[in-house]
Design a protein around this ligand. Structure first.
Ligand code: IPE
Ligand code: IPE
Ligand code: MG
Length: 244
């Protein structure tokens, strides 16, 4: 497709939103929207691989989502396990490696086993790292980061005045990955919903009214083109950026 080759975001993060409303508009139960959202995940993965994106982070389940009706939570967990079993082979064929972001200790044993399975099965993937944010929230992560650094300080491993931005980033659950270059949120909502608050400091934001189950490869390419039209200044002037 016709996205230009230059200036591809290395890391794209997506808040996949609007499954419930999509289902409602089709006169169906919310879970029907989640089921149709799986095809959109495939679209996002394929488009990422095709465009040469190296990291794709998908917000799949927030810590706040535990508050939803039990049947919906259970159906989501079931869908996650089913998708892991069904998608493993295609992910491997595409060179995708799956990694998990979030506190998996609260997930059921069955879900934890499936997560380990997909990590193992795809560990050789070297084209795209697909990061699934599950039972994730940014405030959970930031709190955990503070606890970890405080523990190291208390143990005398680090002096408080040595703590800098790298220390903080290095104690986040995302330490192994670069910050997102582009954030996409579907469904018309314009908020971050507790997602990657530290990491999105200089990320380009892209909002679309499309509901997640309607998200196609062409929609992904549209977001990439929007990204390519932007100037990331990082606090400097345009002239300074050009001279770099
Ligand atoms: C996103 O769609 C999927 C999850 C949060 C798991 P929603 O389920 O939030 O759909 P809406 O926002 O209610 O339409
Ligand atoms: C954000 O969507 C979480 C995920 C996409 C997993 P929500 O639908 O839960 O967010 P709010 O409640 O609209 O902020
Ligand atoms: Mg929602």
């Amino acid at each position: 497709m016709e996205t230009s080759i230059g200036n591809i975001p290395r890391h794209v993060a997506i808040i996949m939103d609007g499954n419930g409303r999509w289902a409602e508009e089709h006169g169906k139960e919310r879970i029907f929207g989640h089921m149709n959202g799986v095809e959109s995940v495939r679209n996002a993965v394929r488009a990422s691989v095709r465009n040469g994106v190296r990291y794709l982070t998908l917000y799949a389940f927030s810590t706040e989502n535990w508050g939803r009706p039990v049947q919906e939570v259970e159906a989501l967990m079931e869908l996650l396990c089913k998708s892991i079993v069904n998608e493993g082979r295609e992910l491997c064929e595409q060179g995708v490696r799956v990694e998990i972001l979030g506190d998996r200790s609260r997930m059921s044993e069955k879900v934890q086993e499936h997560l380990s399975l997909i990590e193992r099965e795809t560990s050789a993937g070297d084209r795209l790292t697909l990061i699934l944010a599950l039972n994730y929230s940014s405030r959970w992560e930031i709190t955990r980061m503070a606890q970890r650094i405080a523990r190291e300080a208390a143990e005398g491993k680090i002096a408080p005045e040595e703590i800098d931005q790298q220390t903080v980033a290095g104690h986040m659950a995302t330490a192994a990955w670069p910050d997102p270059d582009l954030l996409i949120r579907t469904s018309g909502e314009r908020r971050l919903s507790n997602f990657l608050l530290w990491q999105l400091a200089y990320t380009e934001l892209y909002f679309t009214d499309i509901y997640w189950p309607d998200f196609t490869e062409a929609e992904f390419d549209k977001a990439i083109r929007s990204y390519q039209s932007r100037e990331r200044r990082y606090g400097l002037t345009t002239k300074q950026r050009r001279e770099k």
